[in-house]
Ligand binder design. Sequence first.
Ligand code: FES
Length: 271
Amino acid sequence: MSNEINVKFHIRRYNPKKDKSPYFQVFDIPVSKGMVILDALHYIRENYDSSLAFRYSCRMGVCGSCGMLINGSPTLACNTQILDVSDKEITIGPLPNFQILKDLVPDLMPLFEKHRSISPFIIRDEKELDDPEGEYYQTPEQLEEYLQFTYCIKCGCCMAACPTLATDKNYLGPQPLSQAHRYNKDTRDSGRKKRNEITGSRDGAFKCHYAGECSRVCPKGVDPAKAVQILKRQLVFEFLHLIKKQEPCQKLHGPGKGEKLDIPEAPEKTV
Ligand code: FES
């Protein structure tokens, strides 16, 4: 094809079953306008090395399977035009902050387990489940409160970009926290208190340093950083409420089990 140019792809390879450490392999790929990164990976597999491992399914930015590190930024391979990244050299690796199963395939199980831990579904009172009264109506304004956060496709890009997760694997991370906020904000849900036990725990929302990288890389515009900040605010209000009522608050970073908070007097004004 006349309008093709050759782009060098540096692909990170690693097979834990036989390689001692990861290494890079370089492939020259003929690229034409309209080709996405996923097309280049298919080209490599069909023409150079059929053992290259990568994950994909929908090829249209919906399933969240093809997240990878493209020139240092976590993003979707099926949704990224090659020529928008570079017409010379492109480096591709697996998503950071996850174990690597092979080549460009990360193990996303920790993400799914953390997601499951925040009860990502609408929780209703048990009594009502036995005796439903009818449909659950919602106004457009109430829907607007959480709609943006429903667009998450669980690709893992936000988790891969998070600097806190890079140093602390126990931190819940932006994806589960933003989804906790999504359900907390749903007027049909009554599970916020249950989720607070996870989101307000030692490894929850307050570990977020608000670097904002999760929102920068999110391919669906979910803005997890915003969700986490709102979540923190909500947790602080509920924490203050507990202090006011002098209730045991061991579930949020308070004193030990069964203890009550001893609130000191505010110091005299100094200025
Ligand atoms: S293949 Fe489904 S999001 Fe890329």
